[in-house]
Design a protein around this ligand. Structure first.
Ligand code: ADP
Ligand code: MG
Length: 441
């Protein structure tokens, strides 16, 4: 097969793995650069920086993997735009004897990372590690939910150290596993060992995928031991604390706790707003405060959504020759909200409200008139109306109210409170976030 077809073939294969909308909106926009691509260095052109960034964040691993399946080589994937000159910069850094996996996303820096209460500890730990690699917290283990910024933070450490000329390997467990299997079947395990044990810093992402993979765990154990004995820094991420990763050998679990374990919690509203501002700045998108606040309230805890939202808003605004005002944004993002809220049930809402307002779930749906229970019930009704597709008569039935007008009355009361009481409004917003978070995954 010639080279030209391989790029398209990979995109066609990717098409089968993703939704139609994702494909049409992003992947279909890519053009394979036949002239400049090499076997281990693939270039696609994207129509603009936003789409390029979106694909970089979400799809380069998969694209690289698909190339590997087709060619046996796991290439570096570059998504460029006509104006971008990142290729030049990156090429210089990756000299041929350096492992290809060392490619870091250059925008994943500490500067571009918003610090807030939810990630403060992890950021401090990461900064310390970037100042004294191998010396204080080794390994550094960062854990937290999807899209909370683990990969970004880990690569920020990598970017600092790479700029000092250190040899960095950034790899996902999946890539590590592929690499291992390939070298094993090739009879080139020496090269595998050499590569991983000779780096200065090993960044390994999504460690939970080592679960139940005995032989990869074994190999990783030896790599870990060798690097740590040589005083080389290891940074790992996972979706949970090492103790909680099932199917992981005890000796690995205990070693993962030898250095420092830092968690990242879901960001609060303020932090979300700052992250959106940061993303706007990086992607040169101008949004006014109202729109930014609005986006912050509709995204879940997963910050990955932000770039997608910016791409969407930007694309629509160009298409319609319209500025991105609040009404415009609400319209464009309708679908996003629906997608996010599809999984919420009124049971989720009652459970969260009960927990947060210190009443029992059974009391919320009881006939009790005691003040705090009535309050919790009203909040739950309001949130159910906002977050689920239940109609007012359905809600009346679910909450044991007389009829739909009682629901409308509650809605009116709560809306008044939201309008007049800033603390109350924030409390409602917080509850909404907690409910959406509790229904993720
Ligand atoms: P994870 O690895 O935890 O799933 P990522 O590191 O891939 O999450 O982050 C998802 C997206 O959100 C990235 O675009 C990242 O830059 C952004 N992001 C997450 N947290 C922050 C933050 N605190 N500051 C700036 N950007 C963030
Ligand atoms: Mg990640």
């Amino acid at each position: 097969m010639n080279k030209k077809n391989i790029g398209q073939k990979v995109l066609d294969q990717l098409k089968k793995e993703i939704s139609e909308v994702e494909y049409t909106r992003y992947i279909k926009q890519l053009i394979y650069d036949d002239e400049k691509s090499k076997k281990d260095y693939i270039i696609f052109m994207a129509p603009n920086q936003l789409i390029a960034n979106y694909i970089k964040t979400k799809y380069t691993d998969t694209i690289a993997h698909l190339f590997e399946i087709n060619t046996g080589i796991n290439p570096q994937i570059n998504i460029n735009t006509k104006k971008s000159n990142t290729t030049g910069k990156i090429t210089k850094k990756v000299s041929s004897d350096k492992p290809i996996q060392s490619l870091l996303n250059p925008s994943y820096t500490f500067n571009n990372y918003v610090e807030g209460g939810s990630n403060e500890f992890a950021v401090k730990a990461s900064k310390s590690v970037s100042k004294k690699p191998g010396a204080i917290y080794n390994p550094l283990f960062i854990y937290g939910g999807v899209g909370l910024g683990k990969t970004h933070l880990m690569q920020a450490i990598g970017n600092v150290l790479q700029n000092q000329g250190k040899n960095i390997i950034y790899t996902s467990v999946e890539q590590f596993l592929n690499d291992f299997t390939r070298h094993l079947s090739n009879g080139t395990m020496d090269r595998f060992k050499d590569k991983y044990r000779k780096c200065d810093v090993l960044l390994i992402d999504d460690i939970q995928f080592l679960s139940n993979k005995a032989s990869t765990q074994e190999e990783f154990f030896h790599t870990f031991e060798s690097l740590r004995n040589d005083g080389k820094q290891i940074v790992m991420t996972a979706d949970k604390h090492p103790k909680k990763i099932a199917g992981l050998k005890e000796r690995l679990k205990s070693r993962f706790e030898w250095g420092l374990v830092a968690d990242i919690q879901p960001p609060g509203l303020e932090t979300k707003i700052e992250i959106i501002k940061k993303k706007c700045e990086i992607n040169r998108v101008k949004l006014d405060k109202e729109v930014i606040n609005y986006i912050a309230t509709i995204i879940e805890n997963n910050s990955r959504e932000i770039e997608g939202i910016l791409v969407k808003l930007n694309a629509y605004s160009q298409l319609m020759h319209a500025d991105i005002g609040i009404e415009f944004a609400k319209n464009v993002l309708k679908e996003q909200i629906r997608e996010n809220r599809e999984n919420i049930t009124h049971d989720n809402i009652i459970a969260t409200v009960a927990r947060e307002l210190n009443v029992k779930a059974s009391e919320i749906i009881s006939k009790s008139r005691s003040r705090n229970i009535v309050y919790a019930r009203r909040v739950a009704i309001y949130l159910s109306r906002e977050l689920t597709s239940n109609t007012t008569p359905q809600l009346a039935q679910l909450f044991g109210l007389k009829d739909h007008s009682a629901v409308s009355h509650t809605m009116k009361k709560i809306n008044e409170l939201i309008k007049n009481d800033e603390d109350f409004r924030l409390k409602i917003e917080e509850l909404q976030n907690k409910i959406t978070a509790s229904t993720q995954n």
